[in-house]
Design a protein around this ligand. Structure first.
Ligand SMILES: Cc1ncc(COP(=O)(O)O)c(C=O)c1O
Length: 406
């Protein structure tokens, strides 16, 4: 066992020597996953509340997704969108049937950042205005356009100059948005928001905020873009997080778990808005490839047929109650927030030690900023898995209090 452990750390060092040094890395080598569990090369089991940064919505190696990928791989893997494809049509038909009202046209791509890039171009082309309003603490990706609408200066500063005309307003404060639009709003074509902020700290907006943003966009003739890359597809206990407040956008970005772990992103837009883009003005090589479309169709079928949205709502409430109990029990916890299975636990200290201790105790979790633990489990977890995770977290928080002497 000792020898095997040494070999694994050597392999991790070797991977580090090749891979660009841009990721905060966890010292584990994962080799297998099923449902809400993953295993490392020592066969150690983990409850996976990281889920590939929220990607494993329908669980790891979901049977239906695996079968769809296998079958499609044997038929046709690549087919550029310049040709038509049967599976792409079936997927698009299904996606359009569950899209927010009015969003009937789709651009397919390969990641969240690529979806946000496309959304920026669509909005510019439709409105002929280059200004965009984004929110403080937003996260939309790290390619140059997406980075321009991402708030954290640690990501932005080294790469300036970024896109011109981006204004950041406080998230949740519609008065500040109104002030901006009524003052220097003439060049602004779009507002982009995460209906619930993920990377920025699991921030749920106050009731009424998104409704007022929608009204302001309508009043000033501005497009409203929702980035549902993290919050969408059932994660928050509604298919789209914006449904919690009954607000529909003009453009919506999705990605992460849409294809069960196979890379895919998508931009959905109103027909007239998407049609502003003419042939050749935007495209890609891999977007809409049949393999990803087959995986995505199976993923959506799973989400719908297995009622994963309802499950995320139910188990999300159970988890949140459990976390609130932990908050009462542990002084190290400052706040618990989120909806469905998009949950955050804010600590009074840096969460790094808790996350590392979680690895030793078989629970994988994410951070969200320095002092927030982010939980993005697969939507299929049951009360049994949720209780196990809560019980491990209870132990981890007690150990953190011992370490910090609080
Ligand atoms: C809300 C949101 N938008 C955009 C992105 C960027 O997605 P990707 O990492 O696939 O480029 C992320 C990724 O975490 C995200 O959470």
């Amino acid at each position: 066992m000792q020898r095997e452990t040494i070999n694994i750390s050597e392999r991790m060092r070797e991977e580090d020597s090749y891979l660009a040094n841009v990721f905060q890395r966890y010292p584990i080598e994962l080799v297998r996953g099923k449902g809400a569990y993953v295993w490392d090369s020592n066969s150690k089991e983990y409850i996976d509340f990281m889920a590939g940064y929220g990607v494993a919505l329908v669980g790891h190696s979901n049977d239906k997704v695996v079968s769809a990928i296998k079958a499609q791989a044997e038929r046709l893997i690549t087919c550029h969108c310049s040709c038509y494809n049967d599976v792409r049509l079936e997927f698009l038909r299904l996606l359009a049937s569950i899209a927010p009202k009015g969003l009937s046209k789709v651009f397919l791509c390969n990641s969240g950042a690529e979806a946000c890039e496309a959304a920026i171009k669509i909005a510019r082309k439709y409105t002929r205005k280059h200004g965009i309003v984004a929110a403080m603490n937003s996260f939309h990706g790290k390619t140059m356009g997406a980075l321009s609408i991402t708030y954290a200066s640690k990501y932005r500063e080294p790469f300036k100059p970024l896109l011109e005309g981006v204004n950041f307003v406080p998230y949740g404060d519609a008065d500040k948005l109104e002030e901006l639009l009524s003052g220097s709003g003439a060049s602004i074509g779009a507002v982009i928001l995460e209906p619930i902020q993920g990377e920025g700290g699991i921030n749920v907006p106050p009731d009424g905020y998104l409704t007022r943003v929608r009204e302001l966009c309508d009043r000033y003739g501005i497009l409203l873009i929702f980035d549902e890359i993290q919050s969408g597809l059932g994660r928050t206990g509604r298919l789209w997080a914006s449904e919690h407040w009954n607000v529909a956008p003009d453009i919506m970005c999705i990605a992460k778990g849409i294809a069960g772990g196979v890379p895919m992103g998508a931009v959905l837009a109103r027909r007239d808005v998407m049609d502003a883009l003419k042939v050749g003005e935007h495209s890609n090589t891999f977007g809409g490839n049949p393999l990803a479309c087959a995986a995505a169709k199976a993923t959506l079928e799973c989400i719908i047929e297995d009622d994963l949205v309802g499950n995320a709502d139910r188990i999300g409430k159970y988890m949140k109650d459990g976390l609130l109990t932990l908050k009462d029990r542990h002084r190290v916890v400052r706040d618990v927030r989120g909806l469905g299975l998009m949950l955050g636990v804010e600590l009074r200290f840096d969460v790094k030690d808790v996350l590392m201790d979680g690895i030793s105790h078989g629970l994988l979790m994410l951070y969200s900023g320095r002092n927030i633990i982010r939980l993005l489990p697969p939507l299929l977890i049951d009360e049994g898995i949720a209780s196990k995770a809560l019980s491990i977290l209870d132990t981890l928080l007690a150990r953190e209090e011992m370490r910090r002497g609080v």
